[in-house]
Design a protein around this ligand. Structure first.
Ligand code: SF4
Ligand code: SF4
Length: 674
């Protein structure tokens, strides 16, 4: 006990910690506001499940490190009471928290749990050190900082044991299973003379307090800042996730923001995100761009942004304190652009917006909207974007589709089918939004026809917009052209509302996502289903009774989950149910459902050259071919972009003789013929 020293340590460490936290958080006052306190019940549930419950840490692929992290997290929660007790003992020797006196039943139970967690955390910390020094998995950033933090953690556990062990030995207490860590330490210290044991106990006590305070002050200076910001970041997560529903820019307002130019355009949450990045690398394990060698790693992006914000904290603080527009302008003018110096263009143009990174991130960091905001600024302000994107924008502007095929050819795919038009005035239940691929791409036209065949078989009442339909703008939005997207979205919403549409059927997960999740921003709220969902429903209702096509029952079939169906909209079972209805037994690929691997076409990448690294589609086709086996078979898909990419991948890898790519609707339509 030494009240003066304890008080000095607490005051000095507390003052320095406050100083650092003010430096880190005052700049956030200059940043864009975002409401992240709505839906409190949902947020608390999420915090309990994913924050305290650590649900995303124990992923099936890497269970051991996940469990080790959970152990250390739990140990810190348990040791929080112990820490308060030890600081109290610095002031008064017999200090204990109410109800937790060592000889009270609750106190004894707590000490037992605490000791078990101390031992478990020590083993976990040593296990992590082993991983960093010996096994070195790819996703981990090997830095001295990580090793130092693990030494701090191990040091905390060892000093706690030393203090308890010395105390037990000096008090003459025998080995007790109710205090396993302390008893173990007592056994180790037992050969020492009493004076040395007392010295070890005192050293253990003060070292323990010292490590806690140094550890606490060290956190905001490195990646372990997440120990402070991680739980709040889970609480402030986007509800619903922002990657499926990108923000709508107010392009008319005088203070309009056109994406992200400098740090001042980031929101407080975006900076809180980068403060919270643990650099665990989970975001890159199935990231199609990282895996295939493109220069996009979120932990690198987050680290670069974090260092930039910390470096520019004085400018941002001046901006936060500016009173007049002139002062604001002057402070904002001191900030350099983020695109280029901080985040290279090839990084933010590489993303397919597949959503893996956000699904995997244990602290719910929102990467995609941040990258799209960088694209938006490049497109809307700098006019700096890939040439292929320029062609796509022009095609959508002039012909209402990314291919640039004459808009008058939009209904050629169904000229002989007599498909009803919404504009003809008849009643219909479903508006079949054919989409640009379904109308203009020769391969996808066959899928459109298969869907019509199925709808007719099940006597579903439907209509199409025909030549009135125009691109919904999804590609433009994800390529950063928010202006063009808004024009397209509003035109479609007005058209759909004009016909009193309530239910929309799509064959493209990108159409589905934008109509379902983004059209509400423009006054369009519809029930939107994917064709695989409707097929599964029709089969379940007995309205569709497909046979078993002989050609498919004799060959293996695997299913590729489109990211915008499975990950962004949680639709994983309907396509499988539709395939099961025609007797197809799916051979799953290792990366399936929400853990699926992107085909490489999302985020507008369908239209951009893939010049760096290996090809994403070939990576996926290799996996599909391995699942099918040496005789080959069918890769079933449910997205026009995926079908294009997979088919190209099959051809590029010379597998066209053995591997066919078919849409779920085509398979079901063939089964109807059977
Ligand atoms: S963004 Fe998330 S998943 Fe990626 S390194 Fe950071 S914390 Fe880990
Ligand atoms: S959205 Fe997909 S492609 Fe983009 S960074 Fe995340 S995992 Fe990679």
């Amino acid at each position: 006990m030494n009240p003066a020293l304890t008080a000095f340590l607490l005051l000095a460490a507390g003052a320095f910690f406050t100083f650092t936290m003010v430096k880190r958080f005052v700049p956030l006052l200059a940043l864009r506001r975002e409401d992240r306190v709505d839906h409190p019940a949902e947020r608390i549930a999420s915090l309990l499940r994913y924050g305290f419950g650590q649900r995303r840490m124990v992923d099936p692929e890497e269970r051991r490190p996940g469990v080790m992290h959970v152990v250390i997290f739990a140990a810190f929660l348990v040791l929080a009471l112990r820490t308060i007790t030890l600081f109290g003992m610095g002031f008064s020797e017999g200090f204990h928290l109410p109800l937790l006196a060592p000889d009270a039943p609750l106190g004894a139970a707590y000490l037992f749990v605490k000791d078990v967690m101390v031992l478990a955390a020590l083993v976990a910390a040593l296990g992590f050190l082993w991983r960093r020094v010996v096994t070195k998995p790819d996703r981990i950033t090997l830095s001295w900082e990580g090793n130092l933090i693990l030494c701090f953690i191990a040091g905390l556990m060892v000093t706690d044991m030393a203090f308890d062990g010395a105390e037990a030995l000096l008090a003459g207490r025998a080995f007790s299973w109710s205090l396993p860590a302390g008893s173990l330490a007592a056994a180790i210290l037992s050969p020492l003379p009493p004076g040395a044991v007392a010295a070890v106990g005192v050293a253990g006590f003060w070292l323990h307090l010292g490590i806690i305070l140094v550890f606490l002050n060290f956190l905001p200076y490195g990646k372990h800042f997440h120990i402070i910001t991680g739980l709040p970041n889970v609480y402030f997560r986007a509800l619903p996730p922002g990657s499926a529903r990108l923000s709508k820019l107010d392009l008319e307002s005088e203070t309009a923001r056109f994406g992200t130019s400098t740090a001042k355009d980031l929101s407080w949450k975006e900076v809180h995100d980068v403060y919270s990045c643990t650099e665990c690398g989970r975001c890159q394990t199935h990231c199609p761009t990282y895996v295939t060698g493109k220069p996009l790693s979120h932990k690198e992006v987050n680290r670069a942004l974090k260092h930039h914000v910390i470096e520019k904290a004085p400018e941002l603080t001046r901006l936060a304190r500016a009173k007049t527009p002139e002062e604001r302008e002057a402070a904002a003018g001191e900030l350099p652009p983020l695109a280029g110096g901080v985040v290279p263009p090839e990084t933010f143009w590489a993303c397919t917006t597949c959503g893996w990174c956000e699904t995997a991130c244990p602290v719910f960091i929102e990467n995609i909207p941040r990258l799209v905001d960088l694209r938006r600024q490049q497109v809307l302000v700098e006019s700096a974007f890939p040439d292929e994107a320029a062609r796509v924008f022009k095609n959508i502007e002039t012909q209402g589709n990314p291919w640039g095929i004459g808009s008058n050819k939009r209904t050629e795919w169904c000229e002989d089918l007599d498909v009803p038009r919404a504009g003809a005035g008849g009643d219909f239940e479903w508006l079949f939004f054919v989409g640009c691929a379904g109308a203009f791409d020769d391969r996808q036209k066959k899928v459109s026809r298969a869907i019509v065949r199925i709808l007719r078989e099940a006597k579903v009442s439907f209509a199409i917009l025909g030549e009135e339909e125009t691109c919904n703008g999804e590609t433009a939005r994800r390529l950063g052209n928010e202006y063009l997207y808004q024009l397209q979205a509003q035109a479609n919403v007005d058209l759909l509302n004009g016909y009193g549409v309530k239910k929309v059927l799509t064959q493209c997960p990108h159409c589905l996502n934008t109509i379902k999740n983004e059209f509400p921003q423009f006054g369009g709220s519809f029930e939107v289903v994917h064709h695989s969902e409707l097929i599964a429903r029709l089969v379940a209702d007995g309205r569709l009774k497909p046979g078993r096509p002989a050609e498919l029952s004799s060959q293996p079939v695997t299913f590729h989950d489109p990211c915008y169906l499975a990950r962004h909209n949680g639709i994983t079972e309907a396509p499988r149910e539709a395939l099961a209805a025609v007797g197809v037994a799916i051979r799953e690929m290792p990366r399936n459902r929400r853990q699926g691997f992107c085909c490489g076409a999302g985020g507008g990448r369908m239209w951009l050259e893939e010049k760096i690294g290996t090809r994403v589609n070939q990576n996926r086709v290799d996996e599909a071919a391995a699942a099918l086996g040496p005789s080959g078979g069918v890769v079933a898909a449910a997205c026009p972009f995926c079908i294009t990419m997979l088919r190209d991948g099959v051809n590029e890898t010379g597998r066209e003789e053995k591997v066919k790519v078919l849409d779920v609707a085509e398979i079901v339509a063939r089964a109807l013929e059977a």
